[in-house]
Design a protein around this ligand. Sequence first.
Ligand code: UT7
Length: 327
Amino acid sequence: MKLLEAGILGVGSALPPKIITNFDLENIIDTSDEWIRTRTGISERRVVEEGVYTSDLATQAALSAIDAAGTCAEEIDLIIVATVTPDTFMPSTACFVQAKLGAKNAMAFDMSAGCTGFVYALSVGSAYVRMGTCKRVLVIGAEVLSKFLDWQDRTTCVLFGDGAGAVVLGPVEQPGFLNFTLGADGSMADLLVIPGGGSRLPASAQTIADRQHYIKMCGNETFKFAVRVMGEVTQQALEAAGCSKDDLDFLVPHQANLRIIESARKRFNLPEDRVVINIDRYGNMSSASIPVALDEAITSGRLQRGDLVALVGFGAGLTWGAAIVRY
Ligand code: UT7
């Protein structure tokens, strides 16, 4: 079977308007703007208002990606939503998005791969296009993390924010995806976890009292893993794509901590303006961080057609992944 080439036809994003600054957090927990900025690079984050769901942000991002791709909802034949904060465990958020878009010809499912979710979903979406099974695939990274944060736990609640980013994929002449390098190590699953609410620890009065339905993270171990894996997976993906670090126009990394991003930037000897950063304004948006950063770089005119881009993620699972993309 001859494979087609797949590429990115359009990109979009959606951020809720409500901003919570580090100074706002100083009023509710024992923290400081200084600690958050110097340890993470975050100054503020966005959070949804009551009644706004992950599927709402996902739909808004999808509409702007569909517009940028010059297509319409009826033409979409697959919707994949990468998320760790779905509207409901059942059905998938992708089905809510399908209904909100009126994308009645699309099949729809979610992917859960922590903060690497968007890169994983991109690899699946591009495979559907390459096999000729689908012509227009919507890949969305969308999160409402604010609903899964323990606002009494200063080690996690200062880190995350809400948002969504989306791309439309389709067949193209020149290869758009040069390599995907993906991995997982489930032996480190408990480093970053929402313990309650699943089959392992079903919801009960006790799980609620014990605050088990919120994100728990061993920050330090996750940090060490992230620094190591981000450099390694980017290097492996570049080599597998037949490229060197000098060919790279942009690094679009997952936005978990500015210090993690800086270590990767230095390893690849990239000037600051070649690394896309938005953690200062949005915090860590898990699956949404990479597509939102990609959209901002394109919309601002920094990232242009033909540029070679590395999208690199890591997170809960633990999982990791890099995509080498010719935009
Ligand atoms: O996206 C998925 C993947 N996620 C990541 O990759 C996150 C990786 N981890 C990190 O980014 C960092 O580990 C954190 C930003 C989470 C934490 O930074 P750290 O430099 O590793 O700090 P730490 O956890 O070692 O804590 C240092 C101190 C502790 O106090 P003591 O025990 O030394 O007295 C914490 O209690 O900082 C304290 N601390 C805070 N202080 C003020 C922790 N959180 C806060 C806070 N405000 N919000």
